[in-house]
Write a protein that binds this ligand. Structure first.
Ligand code: 5GP
Ligand code: ZN
Length: 133
């Protein structure tokens, strides 16, 4: 665990999150400033910064979890598609320096602008329960 890392603190349960999936080495939870309804982040519990410092075996396991969580999001929310985003470095828009994959649900014709909107806590809570169930 890295001391000043917000996602390590979420993985350790020190900061609350709206969890949608958890296993020994992976956690998925709703983005607090979602691009779209059901915007989910998938992280390894073990801290690495990005794609290049994460070993291949850990990455392979992580992307398999991303796939499983995306399938669950799609099934539970009935979205038509989804984007997978993974930013590396501030120049690429990375703001949290703990590797994470974004799952951004998409609906036909939604014309999404990929801008963060402050989440409504009650709606996020209900949404996390809907996806987790
Ligand atoms: P990045 O731009 O680094 O790829 O994405 C970081 C994401 O983490 C952003 O979409 C932001 O809204 C989200 N985020 C930042 N802090 C928190 C937090 O404390 N809790 C949750 N659930 N999401 C966060
Ligand atoms: Zn971390």
């Amino acid at each position: 665990m890295k001391n000043d890392c917000v996602f390590c603190a979420i993985a350790a349960g020190e900061i609350p999150s709206f969890k949608v999936y958890e296993d020994d080495e992976t956690l998925a939870y709703l983005d607090i400033n979602p691009f779209s309804r059901g915007h989910t982040l998938v992280i390894p519990k073990r801290h690495t910064v990005g794609l290049l410092d994460t070993d291949d075996d850990a990455l392979a396991r992580l992307i398999a979890r991303v796939k499983a969580v995306a399938a669950r999001v799609k099934d539970r929310l009935g979205c038509d598609g989804f984007n997978i985003l993974q930013n590396n470095g501030e120049a690429a828009g990375q703001t949290v320096h703990h590797i994470h994959f974004h799952i951004v649900p998409r609906w036909t014709g939604d014309a999404l602008a990929f801008t963060n909107q402050p989440g409504d806590m009650e709606k996020l809570k209900a949404l996390a329960e809907q996806i987790r169930a």
